[in-house]
Design a protein around this ligand. Structure first.
Ligand SMILES: [Zn+2]
Length: 287
């Protein structure tokens, strides 16, 4: 009978379709999720990353330890006293100060930084804390350099800059251009973390594979960073600016904002949004 055959084919078709959706769901679940939070930390950077396997990574600590510990306690349960990895992009106050408090409060298993020397009080504490962390908590301290790769579950982090080992190089003023640049990969989602690099460094790394869905705008939106050439290479869907309200530097600069607009890149700012939470996984993206 012809109609029987038609119904049979229809049932098979629906079964195949249902099967497809079930497998898609299972596949999404098996990938887990990635959480990236750009803390509203004032004029500075502090970025918290967590994987579904429980890896916790902190990039920079912002200018206020009190604020940072408060933010972290909302993300890390009180019984959990360890952080897998702390990355200090460069030892300027607005990236370093809060990390001194983190090193005192938490057992940090791995510390990645650029090794450059400064003569500030905050830097002195950092060196002392590094020693303590190394001796008492058996932390692994690594000097960042291009070519290094970090694996945290399904997340991979590639270090793109500094190009060479900068350990013990002294910087009297700002150390912006020694900032660690790192690219994070989680399936098709990629994040580019740029510290405070200026256009000078952007030029040096322009030939690398910079493409990323989310770009952490360098140096709080200063006009000395984020060239058009750089944006053209990264081609982000989203740009995040970590900046305080009414800061004395006039960050973010109008020129940077105009360039981002010209490229059609969505912008989120911590001074306007508060903490910026990006969740990837389960087949969803919240931006
Ligand atoms: Zn900065």
């Amino acid at each position: 009978m012809k109609w029987k055959r038609k119904i049979f084919i229809l049932i098979i078709f629906f079964l195949i379709l249902a099967n497809f959706f079930i497998w898609k769901e299972i596949f999404a679940l098996s990938r887990g999720f990635l959480k990236v939070i750009f803390f509203d930390i004032g004029q500075g950077d502090a970025i918290f990353i967590e994987t579904s396997q429980g890896h916790q990574i902190l990039i920079d600590g912002g200018p206020s330890g009190k604020k940072l510990l408060e933010k972290l306690s909302n993300q890390i349960p009180f019984w959990d006293k360890t952080i897998d990895l702390v990355i200090l992009t460069h030892p300027d106050y607005d990236h370093l100060a809060g990390l001194n408090y983190v090193l005192n409060r938490y057992k940090v298993e791995n510390i990645l930084w650029n090794g450059v020397e400064k003569d500030t009080k905050t830097f002195g504490y950092w060196k002392e804390n590094l020693d303590t962390e190394r001796k008492e908590d058996k932390a692994r301290v690594v000097i960042a350099q291009k070519g290094q790769k970090i694996k945290a579950g399904k997340v991979e982090i590639f270090i793109l800059y500094p190009l060479e080992n900068l350990e013990n190089k002294f910087f009297k003023g700002t150390s912006n251009d020694t900032s660690i640049v790192a690219k994070l990969l989680f399936f098709e989602n990629t994040f580019l973390f740029t510290g405070d690099i200026t256009k000078k460094v952007e030029k040096k790394i322009l030939e690398f594979d910079l493409g990323a869905t989310v770009l952490k705008i360098a140096h709080h939106g200063s006009k000395v960073s984020t060239s058009k050439e750089f944006l053209e290479k990264v081609q982000p869907r989203l740009a995040v600016i970590s900046v305080s309200e009414n800061n004395a530097y006039g960050h973010p600069h109008q020129e940077v904002l105009s360039n981002l607009e010209e490229f059609g890149i969505k912008v989120l700012r911590t001074d306007q949004e508060g903490d910026i939470k990006i969740i990837q996984g389960y087949g969803v993206s919240n931006f």
